[in-house]
Design a protein around this ligand. Structure first.
Ligand code: FE2
Ligand code: FE2
Length: 203
């Protein structure tokens, strides 16, 4: 782990909780840990202090913690969600924010969780924030979360090659994603590509 303290039983418990959430969503491998580590890779271009990096780590790791309140029938539904189910799903950033607010010294992490589903062009949720109104770590996280979703197998579809995912991210620069975040992704492209291959040797 990069910035947490392995020996702290409280932090180890929170990490296990993130893994349990991944398991419930039937994510392959360790989605939460991967996106936390990879978001830090981008965040290092903007943040130097350990306190900031630590909060970015926890915010990314626990981004979907609010899904704990989403029923299986909605969370694991293979098809399209109904309007009502979608409303339930859209509550997860606010619920996650409420959970993190209870942890001391994680105010920035709570903000990251609250804004992790916002989109640069304002089409995201829960508040429809636009551009720089979205905290920078959330804008960086959004690129990494999408990259991870595309390049690793999901229960409902196979992973796509890194270059196809990269093309998608470039296409959404300025709409779904902050161009500055996409630019930072390109600066770390080789490392991120290697990470993907490392998890799936032989592909
Ligand atoms: Fe989410
Ligand atoms: Fe995610």
């Amino acid at each position: 782990m990069l910035v947490g303290l392995e020996s702290d039983p409280y932090e180890m418990f929170v990490e296990s909780l993130a893994e349990a959430l991944d398991l419930r969503e039937r994510e392959t491998g360790l989605h939460s840990k991967r996106v936390a580590a990879h978001t830090l890779l981008l965040a290092r271009h903007f943040y130097r202090g350990m306190k900031d990096l630590r909060e970015i780590y926890w915010g990314s790791l626990l981004h979907d913690i609010g899904k704990i309140g989403v029923p299986d029938a909605v969370l694991l539904k293979p098809g399209k969600l109904t309007a009502e189910e979608w409303l339930i799903m859209q509550q997860h950033p606010r619920n996650g924010h409420a959970i993190l607010q209870k942890l001391s010294h994680l105010a920035m992490a709570a903000e990251i969780v609250l804004c992790h589903e916002e989109r640069y062009d304002g089409s995201g949720y829960p508040a429809g924030l636009k551009g720089e109104a979205i905290p920078l770590p959330s804008r960086l996280f959004a690129v990494i979360d999408t990259l991870d979703a595309m390049t690793f197998d999901r229960p409902y579809r196979k992973a796509m090659p890194f270059d196809a995912a990269k093309a998608e991210i470039l296409r959404m620069s300025g709409s779904q994603f902050d161009p500055q975040a996409v630019e930072t992704f390109l600066r770390e492209e080789e490392t991120l590509r290697e990470m993907t291959v490392l998890e799936f040797p032989g592909e």
